[in-house]
Design a protein around this ligand. Structure first.
Ligand code: UD1
Ligand code: CA
Length: 467
């Protein structure tokens, strides 16, 4: 990676009207990360030491989100939307501080990779004054076309301003442009708005640079990385391409995916080698799975850590704060939230374990519920090591069970249980010899009496009708 200083300007002032959304376009998500976040992360990875995001008026939510994702990013407001060159100039304070490379990118083009950004920077390093990332497409409609002559990039023509002949060109502008830092501000300032839309087009920098005798090049990119998002359909197809990329990466990193197309990743899903993921698994943000673990079919995980060799699912739900140690078992219809399972602990069936800690090798029986919420506050349940919680137990938090405790099945536990103790929290069973037969006889005659009474009143009713 180059060590040159780099200022990147991400344009995100557009409303994205075609999304038909109350949310600014770049706040929509791919793989659980807002579009603008993808661009910023790729820039950070590509070694851009300064990043500015240009937002529109009244987009404080977007600014907060950007700072959340990358605290070092500066935001600038473009007060009027007068075009992409005008938007880039909204970052003037940043442009006035020297950088060797200046990049301009669009916030609605989330799939660009650090490698591709690196290729644009490399061409600047090799002497280009302006470098444009282009791509070949069979569907060029709506994109600016790259006009080349003997391998030189002479101009970019916007769809609306192009001649029929120019519209047949399939080499398009991705929107990602690099400038030699010392030229950037002067080129942007020279751009006018004499075109059909009356906008200041960033793309005009190419013709201006050529007129000034500067070196202008096109860098080849891939359509799958450069596709822009203007509509919900494009958002969906971008998500599909992103998922395909994540699945490939997981397989390349040594994970087994039994049915890759049915596994859904977040941008930050981290799977170590030799993890196996079965069919129809969804990873929300913030999941880490250690070596050799198996995530069985139809499980949903979010904000969870799964230790080495553990087995989760089928049909398990791990919510934020679920931290499973090595060799743990979380079985079908078990929900775990903000709870730690020490190594070897198990909850195999039909349980809710929330705001809790479960000690090593403890076993949580089927149907156990931690009652963590009293309608106002959340409370914790602590369970020691080597303990056994019988099926269908209700642990009313705050409550703490020691090590090697045994809770009888069906207990409602409201008080702490010390180490090694056996606790029952249920009514004692009563057995009455022969009483079942007596009870049945009584119930049977009651039923017959009821039937007779009904027959009589039906007869009365029929009699009434005749008279
Ligand atoms: C732009 C390019 C086109 C390229 C295409 C790639 C120009 C003139 N055209 O067209 O050559 O092929 O992207 O997807 O640059 N924005 C602002 N302020 C503005 C206008 C736009 O911040 O005043 C932002 C938008 O939020 C968006 C980006 O700039 O993120 C691109 O704007 P958009 O209107 O979508 O440009 P396209 O017509 O797609
Ligand atoms: Ca666009």
């Amino acid at each position: 990676m180059t060590m040159r200083s780099c200022l990147s300007i991400v344009l995100a002032a557009g409303l994205g009207t075609r999304m038909k959304s109350d949310l600014p376009k770049v706040m929509h998500e791919i793989g659980g990360l807002p579009l603008v976040g993808h661009v910023v992360k790729a820039l950070e990875q590509a070694g851009s030491d300064r990043i500015s995001v240009v937002t529109g008026p009244a987009m404080s939510e977007l600014e907060a989100l950007v700072h959340d994702i990358a605290p070092g990013v500066s935001c600038h407001v473009q007060e009027e939307r007068l075009g992409t060159a005008h938007a880039a100039l909204a970052a003037r304070p940043a442009l006035e501080t020297a950088a060797e490379d200046v990049l301009v990118l669009f916030g609605d083009t989330p799939l660009v990779t650090a490698e591709t950004i690196g290729a644009v920077r490399k061409s600047l390093e090799e002497g280009a004054d302006v470098a444009v990332l282009g791509f070949e497409t069979r569907h060029p409609f709506g994109y600016g076309r790259l006009l080349t002559e003997n391998g030189r990039l002479v101009a970019i023509r916007e769809e609306k301003d192009a001649t029929d002949e120019e519209r047949r060109i399939t080499l398009c502008n991705s929107g990602i442009m690099g400038f030699r830092g010392s030229q950037a501000l002067a080129l942007l300032e020279a751009i006018g708005n004499e075109n059909i839309k009356g906008e200041y087009y960033l793309t005009d920098a190419v013709e201006i640079a050529n007129a000034r005798g500067l070196t202008v090049v096109a860098v080849a990119g891939e359509e799958v990385e450069t596709q822009g998002i203007n509509t919900r359909a494009q958002l969906a197809s971008c998500e599909a391409d992103y998922q395909a990329r994540m699945r490939r990466a997981a397989l390349e990193n040594g994970c087994t995916l039994l049915a890759p197309d049915t596994v859904f990743f977040s941008h930050d899903t981290h799977l170590e080698p030799d993890v196996t993921v079965e069919q129809n698994v969804v990873f929300g943000p913030g999941v880490r799975i250690s070596k050799g673990a198996r995530i069985r079919a139809f499980s949903h995980l979010e904000g969870a850590v799964v230790g080495e060799g553990s087995v989760v699912g089928p049909y398990a739900r791990l919510r934020p704060g679920a931290v499973l140690g090595a060799e743990t078992r979380i079985g079908n219809f078990v929900e775990v939230k903000n709870a730690t399972f020490a190594p070897g602990a198990k909850a195999n069936h039909l349980s809710y374990i929330g705001d809790a800690s479960v000690g090593s090798k403890s076993n949580i029986g089927a149907g156990t519920i931690t009652c963590n919420y009293d309608g106002f506050l959340k409370h914790r349940t602590e369970i020691g090591a080597g303990s056994f919680v019988g099926s269908s137990s209700t642990l009313v938090a705050p409550v703490s069970l020691g090590d090697d405790v045994f809770i009888a099945a069906g207990s409602v536990i409201t008080e702490d249980v010390p180490h090694g103790a056996l606790a029952f929290g249920r009514a004692r069973q009563v057995v009455k010899d022969g009483k079942a037969v007596q009870l049945k006889t009584r119930l049977k005659s009651a039923k017959e009496a009821a039937r007779e009474a009904k027959g009589q009143s039906a007869g009365d009713a029929a009699g009434d009708a005749k008279s």
